[in-house]
Design a protein around this ligand. Structure first.
Ligand code: NAD
Length: 330
């Protein structure tokens, strides 16, 4: 029996695959490599390059590898791109997700862990955000995830398909073997570290007049290894007959953009110039999770998600992988 990990060649997927294998789990990865890296997967991991929504391929994988559950990371993830190209996002994230779940259901695979996101809440009415908070995304990316959550809820009612939708806040950090390499890179911490390394002239700070103590936006950063651990716990929860659920993955501790930059200066010992920019439309001032439910349901408690640990791990990975993942043949 094996676990199908879609999007396993991506950032959070590759770390989860690493931790699953360290626990002795059998894993099969399906990724179209549109945004992932073959080099992020050990050569001995069964790997299929293809679309999560390829019904024929998924049916074959589930049979050949006796798939018992699925962790579904595969998605396009850039908010701005989703606003410009909604059709691409709904096709890739929703249509393909729907094809995947339908194929799994027909094959008798009735356990799914879904990568969801804090973007399902849109602009929150109150912070910290609890799972019952209003869900009204402000972009097609967020909607694509919310639609998949609703779809799984209906499949649970009708077909007994059990799921845990994990709504991550900001993933960050690295393990010894796997780190963050997006192209383009839009996340704050890797960009701050690129500036620290001298690969960028500085770090853009979008807006400094938010109603926060230092005027810059506050986000809830979670170490990617803590996220991966939550997926393993969610699988165990479902294997143990646990009910379907929606869980925030955040620490409840927010850090401002300036706090991230200051911590990165301390960790790296490098100067990081700040480039002041106008605020981006639709960027909320403060996004922080109430993570109590994940603790109650999964016993999940982040252990590596304090800011210095996150930044140190990402910096060490960056020092070893100056240009991110590179093809093995080089
Ligand atoms: N990084 C974050 O901070 C964050 C926050 C909230 C939610 N998420 C969600 O977590 C998941 C993983 O995020 P990430 O940062 O690791 O992204 P990523 O881009 O590094 O990984 C996604 C992977 O999925 C693959 N993929 C995309 N569409 C596919 C398809 N249709 N079929 C097969 N493979 C496909 C890509 O090639 C890539 O390897 C995504 O679903 C994302 O929406 C991420």
């Amino acid at each position: 029996m094996a676990i199908l990990v879609t999007g396993g060649a991506g950032y959070i997927g590759s770390v989860t695959v690493e931790l699953l294998r360290a626990k002795g789990e059998s894993v099969v990865v399906l990724d179209d490599l549109a945004r992932g890296h073959r080099e992020a997967l050990d050569a001995d991991i069964p790997f299929y390059q293809g679309k999560a929504g390829d019904r024929e391929l998924v049916a074959r994988i589930t049979k050949e590898h006796q798939i018992e559950s699925c962790i579904h990371f595969a998605a396009l993830t850039f908010v701005g791109e989703s606003v410009e190209k909604p059709a691409m996002y709904f096709e890739n994230n929703v249509e393909q997700g729907m094809a995947l779940f339908g194929t799994l259901e027909r094959a008798g695979v009735r356990r799914v862990v879904l990568s969801s996101t804090a973007a399902v809440y849109g602009d929150p009415e109150r912070v910290p955000i609890v799972e019952q908070s209003r869900q009204w995304p402000t972009n097609p990316y967020g909607w694509s995830k919310l639609i998949l959550e609703r779809l799984l809820d209906s499949y649970d009612t009708a077909y007994g398909m059990k799921f845990v939708a994990l709504r991550y806040f900001n993933a960050a950090g690295a393990t010894e073997h796997h780190g963050e390499h997006h192209d383009p890179e839009l996340h704050l911490i890797p960009n701050v570290l690129a500036a620290a390394a001298g690969d960028k002239p500085g770090i853009s700070v979008f807006g400094d007049k938010y109603p926060t103590p230092d005027g810059t936006a506050i986000r809830d950063y979670v170490h990617v290894a803590d996220l991966a651990d939550a997926h393993i716990r969610a699988l165990d929860h479902l294997r143990g007959g646990g009910a379907s659920d929606y869980l925030n993955l955040g620490t409840g501790q927010g850090y401002s953009v300036l706090e991230v930059i200051e911590t990165a200066r301390k960790v790296t010992g490098r100067a990081i110039p700040i480039l002041k920019e106008a605020p981006r439309p639709g960027d909320p001032a403060r996004l922080v999770a109430d993570g109590a439910r994940a603790k109650t349901v999964l016993g999940w408690a982040p252990t590596a998600s304090d800011l210095p640990t996150i930044i140190r791990s990402a910096w060490e990975w960056r020092l070893r992988h100056r240009r991110g993942y590179e093809p093995r043949s080089k």
